[in-house]
Design a binder for this molecule. Sequence first.
Ligand SMILES: C[S@@+](CC[C@H](N)C(=O)[O-])C[C@H]1O[C@@H](n2cnc3c(N)ncnc32)[C@H](O)[C@@H]1O
Length: 286
Amino acid sequence: MNTIRDLKKSDLIKAYIDSGFSAETAAAEIDFAIEIISGLTPKDLIVGIMPSLKDLQKIYDAVQTRLSTRQPMAQILGYAFFMGNKFEVSINTLIPRPETELLVRKAIDIIKEKDFKQILDIGTGSGCIACMIAKNTRSQVLGVDVSNDALKIALNNAMHLDLMNRALFRKSDLFSKIREDEKFDMIVSNPPYIPLKDRPHLQIEVRDFEPETALYTQDDSGLEYYEKISSKAHQYLNTNGYLAFETGDTQAEKVKAIMTDCAFKNIEILKDVTGIQRVVCGVLNI
Ligand SMILES: C[S@@+](CC[C@H](N)C(=O)[O-])C[C@H]1O[C@@H](n2cnc3c(N)ncnc32)[C@H](O)[C@@H]1O
Protein backbone atom coordinates (compact mmCIF):
# COMPACT_ATOMS: atom_id res chain seq x y z
CA MET A 1 0.00 0.00 0.00
CA ASN A 2 1.47 3.40 -1.02
CA THR A 3 -1.04 5.84 0.45
CA ILE A 4 -4.20 5.57 2.52
CA ARG A 5 -6.14 6.10 -0.74
CA ASP A 6 -4.90 2.66 -1.91
CA LEU A 7 -6.05 0.91 1.27
CA LYS A 8 -8.13 -2.18 0.51
CA LYS A 9 -10.13 -4.41 2.84
CA SER A 10 -8.01 -7.35 1.64
CA ASP A 11 -4.85 -5.57 2.90
CA LEU A 12 -6.39 -5.24 6.34
CA ILE A 13 -7.55 -8.87 6.34
CA LYS A 14 -4.02 -9.96 5.44
CA ALA A 15 -2.61 -7.88 8.33
CA TYR A 16 -5.00 -9.64 10.72
CA ILE A 17 -4.10 -13.09 9.37
CA ASP A 18 -0.37 -12.27 9.63
CA SER A 19 -1.02 -11.44 13.30
CA GLY A 20 -2.57 -14.86 13.90
CA PHE A 21 -6.29 -14.10 13.58
CA SER A 22 -8.74 -16.07 11.42
CA ALA A 23 -10.07 -14.56 8.19
CA GLU A 24 -13.60 -14.64 9.69
CA THR A 25 -12.56 -12.61 12.75
CA ALA A 26 -10.68 -10.21 10.50
CA ALA A 27 -13.64 -9.62 8.18
CA ALA A 28 -16.09 -9.22 11.07
CA GLU A 29 -13.88 -6.72 12.94
CA ILE A 30 -13.05 -4.70 9.84
CA ASP A 31 -16.73 -4.47 8.84
CA PHE A 32 -17.50 -3.41 12.41
CA ALA A 33 -14.80 -0.70 12.34
CA ILE A 34 -16.00 0.57 8.96
CA GLU A 35 -19.60 0.74 10.20
CA ILE A 36 -18.75 2.53 13.47
CA ILE A 37 -16.28 4.97 11.91
CA SER A 38 -17.94 5.76 8.59
CA GLY A 39 -21.51 4.53 9.06
CA LEU A 40 -21.17 2.31 5.96
CA THR A 41 -22.42 -1.30 5.95
CA PRO A 42 -20.91 -4.21 3.98
CA LYS A 43 -23.76 -3.73 1.46
CA ASP A 44 -22.68 -0.10 0.88
CA LEU A 45 -19.16 -1.31 0.13
CA ILE A 46 -20.42 -3.95 -2.32
CA VAL A 47 -22.24 -1.28 -4.33
CA GLY A 48 -19.06 0.82 -4.38
CA ILE A 49 -19.76 3.44 -1.68
CA MET A 50 -16.40 4.03 0.00
CA PRO A 51 -15.37 5.64 3.32
CA SER A 52 -13.83 9.13 3.05
CA LEU A 53 -10.03 9.40 3.17
CA LYS A 54 -10.27 10.73 6.71
CA ASP A 55 -12.35 7.72 7.76
CA LEU A 56 -10.02 5.32 5.92
CA GLN A 57 -7.15 6.69 7.99
CA LYS A 58 -9.16 6.17 11.20
CA ILE A 59 -10.04 2.60 10.17
CA TYR A 60 -6.38 1.88 9.41
CA ASP A 61 -5.29 3.37 12.76
CA ALA A 62 -7.90 1.34 14.65
CA VAL A 63 -6.69 -1.89 13.01
CA GLN A 64 -3.05 -0.98 13.77
CA THR A 65 -3.91 -0.42 17.46
CA ARG A 66 -5.92 -3.65 17.57
CA LEU A 67 -3.11 -5.74 16.09
CA SER A 68 -0.25 -4.14 18.00
CA THR A 69 -1.93 -4.19 21.44
CA ARG A 70 -4.66 -6.88 21.22
CA GLN A 71 -7.08 -4.36 22.78
CA PRO A 72 -10.63 -5.35 21.76
CA MET A 73 -11.90 -3.41 18.72
CA ALA A 74 -15.04 -2.36 20.62
CA GLN A 75 -12.90 -0.61 23.25
CA ILE A 76 -10.72 1.07 20.61
CA LEU A 77 -13.81 2.41 18.84
CA GLY A 78 -15.78 3.06 22.03
CA TYR A 79 -18.86 1.20 20.81
CA ALA A 80 -20.35 -2.29 20.53
CA PHE A 81 -23.54 -3.60 18.95
CA PHE A 82 -26.01 -5.43 21.17
CA MET A 83 -29.35 -6.69 19.87
CA GLY A 84 -28.88 -4.50 16.83
CA ASN A 85 -28.36 -1.32 18.88
CA LYS A 86 -25.17 0.69 19.24
CA PHE A 87 -23.90 0.88 22.83
CA GLU A 88 -21.13 3.08 24.15
CA VAL A 89 -18.48 1.01 25.96
CA SER A 90 -15.19 1.83 27.68
CA ILE A 91 -12.37 0.22 29.62
CA ASN A 92 -14.74 0.38 32.61
CA THR A 93 -17.57 -1.68 31.13
CA LEU A 94 -17.75 -5.27 30.01
CA ILE A 95 -18.23 -5.40 26.24
CA PRO A 96 -21.77 -6.76 25.72
CA ARG A 97 -21.59 -10.36 24.49
CA PRO A 98 -23.93 -11.93 21.92
CA GLU A 99 -24.76 -14.76 24.35
CA THR A 100 -26.24 -12.23 26.80
CA GLU A 101 -29.02 -11.66 24.24
CA LEU A 102 -30.44 -15.03 25.32
CA LEU A 103 -30.94 -13.75 28.88
CA VAL A 104 -32.52 -10.53 27.62
CA ARG A 105 -34.85 -12.33 25.20
CA LYS A 106 -35.98 -14.76 27.90
CA ALA A 107 -36.56 -11.89 30.33
CA ILE A 108 -38.55 -9.96 27.72
CA ASP A 109 -40.77 -13.01 27.01
CA ILE A 110 -41.57 -13.49 30.70
CA ILE A 111 -42.11 -9.76 31.32
CA LYS A 112 -44.54 -9.50 28.39
CA GLU A 113 -46.39 -12.69 29.30
CA LYS A 114 -46.83 -11.68 32.95
CA ASP A 115 -47.17 -7.94 32.26
CA PHE A 116 -44.36 -7.25 34.75
CA LYS A 117 -43.64 -3.60 35.52
CA GLN A 118 -40.61 -3.33 37.82
CA ILE A 119 -37.31 -4.98 36.93
CA LEU A 120 -33.92 -4.93 38.69
CA ASP A 121 -30.70 -5.53 36.72
CA ILE A 122 -27.79 -6.29 39.08
CA GLY A 123 -24.32 -5.52 37.64
CA THR A 124 -25.65 -3.41 34.81
CA GLY A 125 -22.26 -2.40 33.31
CA SER A 126 -22.95 -0.64 29.98
CA GLY A 127 -26.67 -0.91 30.75
CA CYS A 128 -27.19 -3.20 27.75
CA ILE A 129 -29.57 -5.57 29.58
CA ALA A 130 -31.50 -2.79 31.34
CA CYS A 131 -31.87 -0.73 28.16
CA MET A 132 -32.96 -3.61 25.93
CA ILE A 133 -35.55 -4.79 28.46
CA ALA A 134 -36.88 -1.23 28.83
CA LYS A 135 -36.93 -0.72 25.07
CA ASN A 136 -38.79 -3.95 24.31
CA THR A 137 -41.33 -4.03 27.15
CA ARG A 138 -43.50 -1.58 29.09
CA SER A 139 -41.52 -2.11 32.28
CA GLN A 140 -39.23 0.22 34.21
CA VAL A 141 -35.75 -1.16 34.82
CA LEU A 142 -33.38 -0.16 37.61
CA GLY A 143 -29.75 -1.02 36.79
CA VAL A 144 -27.29 -1.13 39.67
CA ASP A 145 -23.53 -1.41 39.69
CA VAL A 146 -20.58 -0.78 42.02
CA SER A 147 -18.68 1.07 39.29
CA ASN A 148 -19.37 4.81 38.96
CA ASP A 149 -17.60 4.83 35.60
CA ALA A 150 -19.79 2.04 34.25
CA LEU A 151 -22.92 3.79 35.53
CA LYS A 152 -22.01 6.96 33.59
CA ILE A 153 -21.77 4.91 30.39
CA ALA A 154 -25.06 3.14 31.17
CA LEU A 155 -26.72 6.53 31.59
CA ASN A 156 -25.32 7.76 28.26
CA ASN A 157 -26.68 4.65 26.56
CA ALA A 158 -30.14 5.13 28.08
CA MET A 159 -30.06 8.77 26.93
CA HIS A 160 -29.09 7.90 23.35
CA LEU A 161 -31.80 5.26 23.19
CA ASP A 162 -34.33 7.76 24.57
CA LEU A 163 -35.04 5.55 27.61
CA MET A 164 -34.27 8.02 30.38
CA ASN A 165 -37.65 7.55 32.10
CA ARG A 166 -37.65 3.77 31.96
CA ALA A 167 -34.03 2.73 32.42
CA LEU A 168 -32.73 4.19 35.68
CA PHE A 169 -29.35 3.65 37.28
CA ARG A 170 -28.01 3.69 40.83
CA LYS A 171 -24.75 2.91 42.54
CA SER A 172 -25.28 -0.12 44.76
CA ASP A 173 -23.16 -3.02 45.98
CA LEU A 174 -25.65 -5.76 45.04
CA PHE A 175 -28.77 -4.89 47.13
CA SER A 176 -27.03 -2.46 49.52
CA LYS A 177 -28.83 0.64 48.20
CA ILE A 178 -32.15 -1.01 47.43
CA ARG A 179 -34.76 -0.19 50.07
CA GLU A 180 -36.75 -3.15 51.39
CA ASP A 181 -39.99 -1.44 50.36
CA GLU A 182 -38.78 -1.32 46.72
CA LYS A 183 -40.23 -4.46 45.19
CA PHE A 184 -39.50 -5.95 41.78
CA ASP A 185 -41.31 -8.43 39.54
CA MET A 186 -38.05 -9.75 38.17
CA ILE A 187 -34.35 -9.61 39.02
CA VAL A 188 -31.95 -10.22 36.13
CA SER A 189 -28.20 -10.44 36.40
CA ASN A 190 -25.14 -11.28 34.38
CA PRO A 191 -22.76 -11.16 37.35
CA PRO A 192 -18.99 -11.71 37.45
CA TYR A 193 -18.53 -15.49 37.26
CA ILE A 194 -14.88 -16.25 36.49
CA PRO A 195 -12.83 -17.49 39.48
CA LEU A 196 -9.80 -15.21 39.88
CA LYS A 197 -7.56 -18.30 39.77
CA ASP A 198 -8.62 -18.80 36.09
CA ARG A 199 -7.27 -15.37 35.08
CA PRO A 200 -4.04 -16.72 33.50
CA HIS A 201 -6.08 -18.89 31.10
CA LEU A 202 -8.19 -16.08 29.66
CA GLN A 203 -7.76 -14.52 26.21
CA ILE A 204 -5.43 -11.49 26.29
CA GLU A 205 -8.30 -9.29 25.08
CA VAL A 206 -10.31 -10.16 28.18
CA ARG A 207 -7.50 -10.61 30.72
CA ASP A 208 -5.58 -7.43 29.97
CA PHE A 209 -8.35 -5.05 28.90
CA GLU A 210 -11.74 -5.79 30.43
CA PRO A 211 -12.49 -4.49 33.96
CA GLU A 212 -11.59 -6.88 36.76
CA THR A 213 -14.74 -5.97 38.76
CA ALA A 214 -16.83 -7.19 35.82
CA LEU A 215 -15.07 -10.53 35.47
CA TYR A 216 -13.81 -12.14 38.63
CA THR A 217 -15.08 -13.78 41.77
CA GLN A 218 -12.89 -14.44 44.80
CA ASP A 219 -14.13 -18.01 45.29
CA ASP A 220 -12.88 -21.05 43.38
CA SER A 221 -16.22 -21.96 41.77
CA GLY A 222 -17.29 -18.59 40.36
CA LEU A 223 -20.64 -19.03 42.14
CA GLU A 224 -20.21 -16.31 44.77
CA TYR A 225 -22.55 -13.77 43.13
CA TYR A 226 -25.25 -16.34 42.32
CA GLU A 227 -25.28 -17.34 46.00
CA LYS A 228 -25.37 -13.75 47.29
CA ILE A 229 -28.11 -12.64 44.88
CA SER A 230 -30.28 -15.78 45.19
CA SER A 231 -30.19 -15.78 48.99
CA LYS A 232 -31.46 -12.20 49.23
CA ALA A 233 -33.70 -12.03 46.17
CA HIS A 234 -36.86 -13.02 48.11
CA GLN A 235 -36.61 -9.78 50.14
CA TYR A 236 -36.95 -7.67 47.00
CA LEU A 237 -39.23 -9.76 44.77
CA ASN A 238 -43.01 -9.56 44.58
CA THR A 239 -45.03 -12.78 45.01
CA ASN A 240 -44.33 -15.04 42.02
CA GLY A 241 -41.41 -12.83 41.03
CA TYR A 242 -38.68 -14.21 38.79
CA LEU A 243 -34.91 -14.45 39.07
CA ALA A 244 -32.95 -14.88 35.82
CA PHE A 245 -29.19 -15.28 35.50
CA GLU A 246 -26.62 -15.61 32.76
CA THR A 247 -24.17 -18.35 33.78
CA GLY A 248 -20.68 -19.38 32.76
CA ASP A 249 -19.82 -22.62 31.02
CA THR A 250 -20.60 -25.60 33.37
CA GLN A 251 -22.22 -23.45 36.09
CA ALA A 252 -25.92 -23.72 35.18
CA GLU A 253 -26.80 -26.90 37.11
CA LYS A 254 -24.98 -25.57 40.18
CA VAL A 255 -26.85 -22.26 39.91
CA LYS A 256 -30.11 -24.21 39.60
CA ALA A 257 -29.24 -26.01 42.87
CA ILE A 258 -28.47 -22.69 44.58
CA MET A 259 -31.78 -21.24 43.41
CA THR A 260 -33.67 -24.36 44.54
CA ASP A 261 -32.12 -23.97 48.01
CA CYS A 262 -33.28 -20.35 48.01
CA ALA A 263 -36.97 -21.25 47.40
CA PHE A 264 -37.15 -20.87 43.62
CA LYS A 265 -39.21 -23.36 41.60
CA ASN A 266 -39.96 -24.16 37.93
CA ILE A 267 -36.29 -23.55 37.21
CA GLU A 268 -35.43 -23.60 33.52
CA ILE A 269 -31.99 -23.85 31.92
CA LEU A 270 -31.55 -22.48 28.39
CA LYS A 271 -28.71 -23.27 26.00
CA ASP A 272 -27.05 -20.69 23.76
CA VAL A 273 -26.38 -21.24 20.03
CA THR A 274 -23.12 -23.03 20.81
CA GLY A 275 -24.95 -25.53 23.06
CA ILE A 276 -23.65 -24.07 26.35
CA GLN A 277 -26.15 -23.89 29.23
CA ARG A 278 -26.23 -20.11 29.47
CA VAL A 279 -29.39 -18.92 31.23
CA VAL A 280 -31.04 -20.12 34.43
CA CYS A 281 -34.36 -18.69 35.55
CA GLY A 282 -37.04 -19.56 38.04
CA VAL A 283 -39.99 -18.25 40.02
CA LEU A 284 -40.02 -17.48 43.74
CA ASN A 285 -41.94 -20.17 45.60
CA ILE A 286 -43.00 -18.15 48.68
C1 LIG B 1 -20.23 -9.54 33.77
S1 LIG B 1 -20.45 -7.81 33.96
C2 LIG B 1 -22.04 -7.59 33.20
C3 LIG B 1 -22.25 -6.24 32.58
C4 LIG B 1 -23.53 -6.13 31.75
N1 LIG B 1 -24.70 -6.39 32.57
C5 LIG B 1 -23.50 -7.08 30.58
O1 LIG B 1 -24.20 -8.10 30.61
O2 LIG B 1 -22.76 -6.82 29.61
C6 LIG B 1 -20.75 -7.69 35.68
C7 LIG B 1 -21.03 -6.30 36.24
O3 LIG B 1 -21.26 -6.41 37.64
C8 LIG B 1 -20.68 -5.30 38.29
N2 LIG B 1 -20.46 -5.67 39.70
C9 LIG B 1 -19.40 -6.35 40.22
N3 LIG B 1 -19.56 -6.50 41.54
C10 LIG B 1 -20.74 -5.90 41.86
C11 LIG B 1 -21.44 -5.69 43.09
N4 LIG B 1 -20.99 -6.16 44.24
N5 LIG B 1 -22.63 -5.01 43.04
C12 LIG B 1 -23.10 -4.51 41.87
N6 LIG B 1 -22.47 -4.68 40.68
C13 LIG B 1 -21.31 -5.36 40.68
C14 LIG B 1 -19.44 -4.99 37.50
O4 LIG B 1 -18.99 -3.66 37.71
C15 LIG B 1 -19.92 -5.27 36.07
O5 LIG B 1 -20.43 -4.10 35.48
